[in-house]
Design a protein around this ligand. Structure first.
Ligand code: TXD
Length: 317
């Protein structure tokens, strides 16, 4: 069986980390694409040279020519401009929409059968632009945000409870941004919901509320610390979990930004909800019952995404 081909459009911080993880996990061969061909080729060669040490044989090349991504099984898109301190995700809208439009054309021409994972911010709008402009089926174009947001939530909860991150599951919905909706009711330690753990005296509601706020601002916290650029290790690991579920038909249940078509009473825009990812792409959208407060928070988050899309349409990019 031939090795899978994974194209990484954008060879910056996340792109390089993705390539390294793909090598370490032996998921396939890698094409790093970037407008800076030298950066893409340099990272590809550098990572391939770690192969003999770590014991992987993935072939890696760098290119500034879209023809290089031809026939890719998976395309992960990070191309664009990162968020700088003081800049909101929304400020990135115009600049990154232009980049994503070009990327969509490249994918449509050279990798129309790929499973495409978009990471570029502002995520929920960029993944929508990518799907619209590429014309790929919606079940093959998803956005990565929820896996990262729930990983942050899981880490903070694990620290609060003094337990392994492995035993904490978390449930995060909505747009990637300040309006994201962490559902504590569906977040657990080994199956015990967080509200029950509060009742058991493991924490207080105030502390859980603070963790929810910290999670929603998780990206900004890293941006502030780094001073230059945004998070890249955890975002890369999160996208790899999604790619792996597709490539191995694992059917993992992961929160991803997907195009809603009536689910949750919403239509025609991308937002984060739990989905099953298998070899057909998004195989199922999981619809949970909301309480009134949860529904209000989810609607607010959807409104923020819809507003961004309306802003984008006005720009006419
Ligand atoms: O949860 C999430 N979705 C995110 C999103 C979490 C963290 C970061 N998130 C966003 O990912 C971030 O706001 C950025 O929009 C992307 C990529 O982040 P990264 O840290 O990798 O940014 P870099 O290091 O600046 O890399 C971007 C690369 C860089 O090498 C540019 O030269 C390249 O993109 N670039 C392009 N490549 C191809 N084609 C075009 N047109 C292009 N323009 C820039």
């Amino acid at each position: 069986m031939a090795r899978k081909k994974i194209a990484l459009v954008g060879a910056g911080n996340i792109g390089g980390t993705l390539a390294h993880l793909i090598g370490l996990k032996e998921l396939g061969d890698v094409v790093l694409f970037d407008v800076f061909a030298g950066v893409a080729a340099g990272k590809a060669l550098d990572i391939m040279q770690s192969g003999p040490v770590d014991g992987f044989d993935s072939k890696m090349v760098g290119s500034a020519d879209y023809a290089a991504i031809e026939g890719a099984d998976v395309v992960i898109v990070t191309a664009g401009f990162p968020r700088l301190p003081g800049m909101t995700r929304d400020d990135l809208l115009t600049k990154n929409a232009e980049v994503i439009t070009k990327v969509a054309e490249g994918i449509k021409t050279y990798a129309p059968n790929a499973f495409v994972i978009c990471i570029t911010n502002p995520l929920d709008v960029m993944v929508w632009v990518l799907q619209q402009k590429s014309g790929l089926p919606p079940e093959k174009v998803v956005g990565m945000a929820g896996v990262l947001d729930s990983a942050r939530f899981r880490l903070f909860l694990a620290e609060e409870f003094g337990v392994s991150v492995e035993d904490v599951t978390a449930f995060v919905l909505g747009g990637h941004g300040d309006t994201m909706v962490p559902l504590t009711r569906y977040s657990t330690v080994a199956g015990i919901p967080v509200p029950d753990l509060v009742k058991m005296g493991w924490s207080t509601q105030e502390k859980i509320d603070a963790i929810v706020t910290r999670t929603a601002n998780g990206g900004g916290e890293i941006v502030k610390l780094l001073e230059k650029g945004s998070a890249f290790y955890a975002p890369a690991a999160s996208a790899i979990a999604m790619a792996e579920s597709y490539l191995k038909d694992k059917k993992r249940v992961l929160p991803c930004a997907v195009l809603l078509n009536g689910e949750y009473g919403m239509n025609d825009f991308y937002v984060g909800v739990p989905v099953v990812i298998g070899d057909k792409g998004v195989e199922k959208i999981v619809e949970v019952q909301f309480t009134e407060a949860e529904k209000a928070a989810f609607d607010k988050s959807c409104d923020a995404v819809k507003k961004l899309i309306a802003d984008f349409k006005k720009l006419g990019v």
